[in-house]
Ligand binder design. Structure first.
Ligand code: FES
Length: 144
């Protein structure tokens, strides 16, 4: 998995999009827009777990829209305080936005499939979804 970074501008836009509910257009079992997002002075995004109860269950995820039009997902991949991943939803094959279906991420363009934590299951993509650096505490997730 490759790591991505978040620009300060992208982080601010992500907060705005998520707070307006404009960051997503997904299937019924897909992720929902993140709530309780703040942008730290260093440009990193902080997400309050108390405001994103969906992240308490494995498979739960929330979406943050970024200024470049791409999206990232924070997803609960395992139990415990560190059981999260922050993934780019841009398919590494040709840039379409992947969507969550159950415990997989599916690319609607050409059918690539990824695990909940972004590992490649099926091509034509040849690599995993990119991951953002993620720090966790019992109350907050910090991305970037
Ligand atoms: S863009 Fe996702 S499989 Fe082609």
């Amino acid at each position: 998995m490759t790591e991505k970074t978040i620009s300060r501008r992208g982080a601010i836009c992500g907060v705005v999009l998520a707070s307006l509910g404009l960051a997503m257009d997904f299937a019924p079992d897909a992720a929902q827009a993140a709530a309780g997002i703040s942008t730290l002075k260093n440009g990193k995004l902080q997400i309050a777990l108390a405001q994103n109860k969906v992240l308490s269950k494995i498979g739960g995820s929330v979406i943050v829209g970024l200024s470049d039009g791409s999206e990232l997902a924070v997803v609960r991949v395992a139990s415990g305080v560190n059981g999260f991943a922050a993934l780019s939803l841009t398919c590494p094959h040709n840039g379409a936005t992947v969507m969550q279906q159950g415990n997989d991420w599916i690319c609607p363009a050409h059918g690539s499939e990824f695990t909940l934590s972004g590992k490649l299951l099926r091509g034509p993509a040849r690599q995993a979804l990119s991951a953002y650096p993620l720090a966790t505490t019992a109350k907050y997730l910090t991305i970037g």
